[in-house]
Design a binder for this molecule. Sequence first.
Ligand code: FES
Length: 319
Amino acid sequence: MNTFNATILSNEAVAAKIFKLVLDAPDLAQSSRPGQFVQVKIADTCAIPKTSFKFKRVFFYAIILGGGVVMNTFNATILSNEAVADKIFKLILDAPDLAQSSRPGQFVQVKIADELTLRRPLGIAGTTDGKVTIFYRAVGRGTDILSKKRIGDTLNVLGALGNGFTPRDGKILLVGGGMGLAPLLCAAQIFKSDVLIGGRNFSEVNFWIEEFRPLVEKIFVTTDDGSTGKKGFVTDLLPDLPNDYAAVYTCGPEIMMRGVADFALNKNLPCEVSFEKRMACGLGACLSCSIDTADGRRKVCKDGPVFDAEKVFGGGSRE
Ligand code: FES
């Protein structure tokens, strides 16, 4: 049943003893679902097809991303790619379909260069007039290469992925730190909101203040060094803020989100947290992004990145 001969398009080592196998298998690529696997007859001398757990994960991943399928991949032209702070870049893509269909809190997986096996997950920070805005920090090989891309270059984009924040009546308090402010900026486009911005110093928060200014009613700021806003962490300022919010949405360092979630849950405010995790497939197939929740292990890429704070931090340090 459903056996066929597939031509090998590439079969390369991507790490010690780990290989990425790409097959030309259009029917399989179109009909398979994340989590499925195949049985492979490797040689006439092997009576039983091989399907070790690791092998099938890598194998399936290769089919998804290399088989020509696939889920919403497209080439997007770069309209601008400029530094807005030290090592932080603002990337604008011409991507009308993505701009129209994505929701605040979703992300994309971007193929940055042929020599990089894995795509990079990047949060969607804005969708206006057919353009998609993304902020990223150039901290590794992939994002360093991305920072050197020029206007007119194209990027292969997979997405939009993930669930996104819940639309809600009433004003939302957005609380973010570092690059976690990117998905909250997208939320500010859609939801009536105030924002609490946290960062290390003036230059790290200043461009965020300018980005949020036309979108929100009030902006609150904390910095570690006190160079702008209140000196301290976002959690230090939370008790001083108005208490007429319908919900709190937060994204940033996990320790910050835990503090924000504790504050919100103690006030019986609905709270949603958006996780930033390293991701391999972004499609729920490799388990590299799993977190523990009250409902068991969940994948940030597929079940999130946005989760109900009660499900992930509910048993934490609440008073
Ligand atoms: Fe592969 Fe989430 S990144 S399962």
